[in-house]
Each structure stands twice: as structure tokens, then as C-alpha cells.
Design a protein around this ligand. Structure first.
Ligand SMILES: [Zn+2]
Length: 256
């Protein structure tokens, strides 16, 4: 039996309004050891904490996504810090830089990325990082501020050079649905060189749905298609790969 883990989910989102409870009920039946529900702003961070508090098999992460940093008010990060004190909050995130959509001004993205890295450091929590079209800048900031920290670059979309930099800093790499996409050869080449003990499996649901469900809404149970693809790329037995990915997630988030 394949026990899998989804280290990056957003089931608080409205896309799950109709079947959220069912998905949660079925986690065990779907062979999902646990999921990490990730906040993107203060409201969703509160929801993530609530979901993890109420349910077996759900942990949470709290933080402000680069899209949403423009909405940060005077006491927002203090509230994030308070939320991080709840048991089952296993990381700060997702935080980072998104220069693709630029939904918040770049200066603000940089400012609050650094502030939230420092917050995670102070709280001794792992960090979940989102980077899009900003790998040079984000890795430079991480190099300066997040040395010796546990960091995952989630839904990795960088170059081979970026992978090497991230690995040299001891970071983990989050792999999600795009690894199954026809045109994702660069990502698959990257997966080849990432040591298996540095990979975290994730869905980023409701987004990035893997084949064969691409185009539909994503959900935690589809993480198994990501795990199968990683095993195929690594030319290893899928059960062994699933076990290792589960170990990685427990190690990264300090879940015992
Ligand atoms: Zn996400």
C-alpha cells in the first residue's frame, strides 16, 4: 500500500466548498498520511490553523503570499506570529516573490519576504517559499537571510542552475503536478539530479493538477500521480520512493 503525503494544499479555498468535508473524511481511505494546509494571507492562515486543529491528518502553515503582501496592515505579522504558536502549525509560508503576476509591488514583496524569513528564524520554524520569475533575486535573499534554516522551494519552476544553488544551501525542493506535464522536460531533468531525500511531494491544490486530470480541479489524493512520476524519473520502486518522500516530509516539518 502506497502511503503518500501532500506537503502543500489549499483546501480552505472556495473551490472546495462543496466537498471539503468529504475530502478530509477520505484522507485515510485515500492513503494520505497527512497534508499541510498552507495559508496565503491572514484570513486563510486562520482557516488553515482551524482545519489542522479540528482534523486528524492535517497540519498547517501560516504566512502572507507575495500576491497578498500589499494587504498587510500594522499588526498582520504579529497575528501571523500568534497563529504560529498553535500546535500543528508546522511552518511559516507561503512567502516569497512573484514577479510573474506582480499583484503586489516588488519593493513590498522583498520587504515582507525578508521580514517573514526573519520571523520563521526567530520562531525556529521551517519556511515554505513561493518563487515565480524571480529566482535570482529570491535565492540571493535566501542566501543572505536563510542560511542554516529549513527551507522548501515549493512547486519548483527554476533552472538547473537554480536547483544547484538551492541544493548547495541545503534547501528542499517541492515537486507538484507540472512534473507530469508533456512539455515539462526541464523540470524532469531537474528531478533527476535532486537527491531523493531533498524532495517534498505536493499538489498545490486546487491548482497545478497532474496528468491524467490536468484541467480539472486538483485535490490532495492526486499527489500519488506526482509520486509515481518521481519514481519513474528516478527509476526506482514506487513504494520505496513514497516511503522516502514521507520520511522527508516528517523530517522537514518535525512531525513525529
Ligand atoms: Zn500554494
Amino acid at each position: 500500500m502506497l502511503k503518500v503525503v501532500d506537503t502543500h494544499a489549499h483546501i480552505h479555498m472556495p473551490q472546495f466548498e462543496g466537498d471539503r468535508d468529504l475530502i478530509i473524511q477520505n484522507l485515510e481511505k485515500d492513503d494520505i498520511e497527512f497534508i499541510v494546509e498552507v495559508g496565503v494571507d491572514l484570513e486563510s492562515s486562520k482557516k488553515a490553523v482551524r482545519l489542522s486543529y479540528d482534523n486528524h491528518g492535517i497540519f498547517s502553515a501560516v504566512g502572507i503570499h507575495p500576491h497578498d503582501v500589499k494587504g498587510i496592515e500594522e499588526d498582520t505579522l504579529e497575528e501571523i506570529e500568534n497563529l504560529a504558536g498553535f500546535s500543528k502549525v508546522v511552518a511559516i509560508g507561503e512567502v516569497g516573490l512573484d514577479y510573474y503576476r506582480n499583484l503586489s509591488p516588488k519593493e513590498l514583496q522583498v520587504k515582507y519576504f525578508i521580514e517573514q524569513i526573519e520571523l520563521a528564524k526567530r520562531l525556529d520554524k521551517p519556511l515554505i517559499v513561493h518563487i515565480r520569475n524571480a529566482y535570482d533575486k529570491a535565492l540571493k535573499i535566501l542566501k543572505e537571510h536563510a542560511r542554516e534554516m529549513k527551507v522548501v522551494i515549493h512547486s519548483f519552476s527554476g533552472s538547473l542552475e537554480d536547483v544547484k544553488t538551492a541544493l548547495s544551501l541545503g534547501f528542499y525542493i517541492g515537486i507538484s503536478g507540472p512534473v507530469t506535464f508533456k512539455n515539462a522536460n526541464t523540470l524532469r531533468e531537474n528531478v533527476k539530479i535532486i537527491p531523493l531525500n531533498r524532495i517534498l511531494s505536493e499538489t498545490d491544490c486546487p491548482y497545478l493538477t497532474p496528468e491524467p486530470f490536468r484541467g480539472k480541479r486538483n485535490e490532495p489524493k492526486y499527489v500519488k500521480y506526482v509520486v509515481e512520476k518521481i519514481a519513474q524519473i528516478k527509476e526506482k520502486n514506487v513504494e520505496l520512493v513514497a516511503d522516502q518522500l514521507l520520511e522527508n516530509a516528517k523530517e522537514f516539518f518535525n512531525i513525529r
